[in-house]
Design a binder for this molecule. Structure first.
Ligand SMILES: NC(=O)c1ccc[n+]([C@@H]2O[C@H](COP(=O)([O-])OP(=O)(O)OC[C@H]3O[C@@H](n4cnc5c(N)ncnc54)[C@H](OP(=O)(O)O)[C@@H]3O)[C@@H](O)[C@H]2O)c1
Length: 267
């Protein structure tokens, strides 16, 4: 892929990625890494953050890392303001996410886990995107991407918090896109199907139409560069979304209730 498709303007520029310690976020860090670019990588695990930063630096970029818990929304907002004051952010990628499914034999997910998923997948990214949109609009330029999921478009009985939080994020993102377009700020919603990362590797069973994290990062960077409102991939999930919209909900729910998914413990 050419450099122009991932660079919003002339180098140097600054890309902040939440979830930069793993999976899609780490692949995006490597995708953007080149001389003249500064990567700010956020995550929880300091060792993994340091490892990704080292890879980014080997590709000629500069990088710094911050270990923080996105359940602490106010702390994350303060850190974003501090980072942007020190070095203007050109691209903000809100990639961090928390996935979980109902424990085997339980009727519901755990209440505390639902709270955490809501904070990491919706509340904090929506808060950070809003702050960044306001700052970028004032300087008449910038790009924001929010990583949702195709789960947003389905009522998943075993992952109500995941599908619900991603649905909220999807609507938030396209609404912010509508609000920010006249102000030269692009807001791109990313809705991936299965991507080969530690998150999906926890799932036992099939991962249809699996995409590598490198390929996902290429597609995401291109969509951000083009300022698209929405990227959904791979395409069979767009068909699944359409089918679900036209089939009566009671039938869809009956089918979804039969879905048996198990997962291994997180790292
Ligand atoms: N993989 C898929 O099949 C798939 C499909 C659809 C959507 N997505 C979405 O893609 C995004 C990236 O996921 P991934 O597949 O790359 O998963 P991953 O490898 O598990 O990475 C998740 C990232 O989110 C960070 N994170 C999680 N909870 C956090 C918290 N409380 N505070 C700060 N950071 C936190 C993790 O940090 P640490 O590792 O440092 O803890 C990690 O960097 C997520 O939003 C996910 O929902 C993934």
């Amino acid at each position: 892929m050419s450099d122009a498709s991932v660079s919003p303007s002339s180098a140097p520029f600054h890309v902040l990625i939440t979830g930069g310690s793993s999976g899609i976020g780490a692949a995006l860090a490597l995708q953007y890494a080149r001389p003249g670019t500064h990567l700010t990588l956020w995550g929880r695990n300091p060792e993994r953050l340091t490892e990704v930063a080292a890879q980014v630096v080997r590709k000629g970029a500069t990088a710094d890392t911050l270990s923080l818990d996105l359940c602490q929304t106010d702390d994350a907002l303060a850190e974003l303001r501090k980072t942007d004051d020190a070095r203007q952010i050109d691209i903000l990628i809100l990639g961090a996410g928390l996935g979980d499914i109902r424990p085997e034999g339980a009727l519901t997910e755990k209440a505390e886990e639902v709270r955490n998923i809501s904070l990491v997948n919706f509340t904090t990214p929506a808060t950070l995107a809003t702050e960044m949109a306001s700052r970028m609009a004032a300087r008449k330029g910038g790009r924001i991407a929010l990583v949702g999921s195709v789960a947003a478009f389905h009522d998943l009985p075993i992952a109500t918090a995941y599908s619900g939080s991603k649905a909220g994020l999807a609507r938030f993102s396209t609404a912010l896109h509508a609000a920010m377009t006249p102000h030269h700020v692009s807001v791109t919603l990313i809705s991936p199907g299965y991507v080969d990362t530690p998150m999906s590797q926890r799932l036992e069973g099939a991962r249809p139409f699996l995409v590598s994290s490198r390929r996902a990062a290429q597609m995401i960077a291109r969509a951000i560069g083009q300022g698209r409102a929405h990227l959904l991939f791979p395409w069979p999930f767009a068909i699944a979304r359409f089918v679900e919209m036209i089939v009566p909900r009671a039938i869809v729910h009956r089918l979804l209730r039969t879905a048996e998914v198990r997962q291994r413990p997180a790292r």
